[in-house]
Design a protein around this ligand. Structure first.
Ligand SMILES: [Zn+2]
Ligand SMILES: [Zn+2]
Ligand SMILES: [Zn+2]
Length: 309
């Protein structure tokens, strides 16, 4: 039976449409054809990108590399769209995906995220740094070489503001963190996907997207930059696990993920929301703000949970 569900946190609604009886295989997308030509993100082509801001170096050159976006959405030079827009190339190999890297190499990407957040947060007038990733054309990228982006803004993005308001409202009522409570609930529920030493992963109750998965530190921590060394390793392992499971089940699906961290000075519970983009938003979704999700999160979690990598 279909079910209209409200998000645990936000005033956001979805229709979980169970009646269509879809299987994971029904969500597998056609692979886009590889484009020929020179890749600006490959080693040796550094001159094709804007000037390097920061890189992590290994014995054979850089392993993670950051620079300003060639066509920035925000810039320190745009008074009306003040901010930063950067690209973080996650690896020096062209034909691999993030989950194919060893945990140590994914950890370097996390270290890069932390360095850039630390640096950019110090700039006067920056209110928020959003790190996100587009993987695959349906998720908004035409460059197959794995990379994340960062957009810093002069205001806190609406979605983060809404989460923060809901977080505070719950805290004022209960003196507890809503995310800590959600983790406790979901680690006992049939939406649990897995957990490791530091992180918990589950399909949210009001999942908007088929196989949507959230990754949260088990310890209450406001930002990725405040994780301990061990927790950063757990995050690298958690990303490798969930992206690996999605890859295996849905055959390299397009997806977005984004990091929700506390704006500076605020308390919050850091998390990453991973959104496979295997269905399209249509008129009803645009017109109502309510998303119809044809894969119940309980079924999605059970499929992802039982997969071995
Ligand atoms: Zn490349
Ligand atoms: Zn918490
Ligand atoms: Zn969030």
């Amino acid at each position: 039976m279909n079910e209209l569900r409200k998000d645990c946190l936000l005033d956001r609604w979805v229709i979980i449409a169970e009646n269509r009886g879809k299987r994971p295989v029904d969500f597998i997308q056609k692979q886009c054809e590889a484009k020929e030509g020179v890749c600006a993100f490959c080693p040796g082509n550094e001159h094709l990108t804007p000037k390097e801001i920061l890189s992590i170096k290994g014995p054979h050159g850089w392993t993670v590399r950051g620079f300003e976006n060639m066509y920035p959405a925000t810039s320190l030079e745009f008074p009306q769209a003040f901010g930063r827009h950067e690209v973080i190339v996650e690896m020096n190999q062209h034909n691999k995906n993030l989950q194919d890297l060893p945990v140590g190499a994914i950890r370097e990407v996390i270290d890069m995220y932390c360095s850039r957040i630390d640096d950019i947060s110090k700039i006067d007038g920056i209110a928020y740094v959003l790190i996100f990733k587009n993987h695959g054309e349906e998720a908004g990228t035409s460059i197959p070489h794995e990379h994340s982006q960062l957009i810093a803004l002069q205001r806190i993005p609406t979605l983060v503001e809404e989460e923060l308001t809901a977080y505070k409202k719950y805290f004022n009522k209960t003196e507890r963190c809503i995310f800590c409570d959600i983790i406790t609930m979901e680690m006992e529920s049939d939406r649990k996907i897995f957990e490791n030493d530091g992180f918990a992963c589950f399909a949210p109750f009001a999942s908007r997207f088929p196989f949507e998965s959230w990754l949260l530190p088990k310890r209450h921590v406001a930002s990725i930059t405040q994780l301990t060394n061990d927790e950063k390793n757990s995050l690298a392992d958690g990303l490798k696990t969930i992206l690996g499971k999605l890859d295996k089940l849905l055959k390299n699906p397009p997806y977005n993920y984004y990091l929700h961290i506390a704006p500076s000075g605020e308390d919050f519970h850091f998390h990453i929301e991973i959104c496979p983009r295997v269905t399209k938003l249509a008129g009803f979704e645009l017109g109502s703000g309510i998303i119809i999700n044809t894969m119940p999160p309980e079924k999605a979690a059970s499929e992802l949970k039982s997969l071995t990598l």
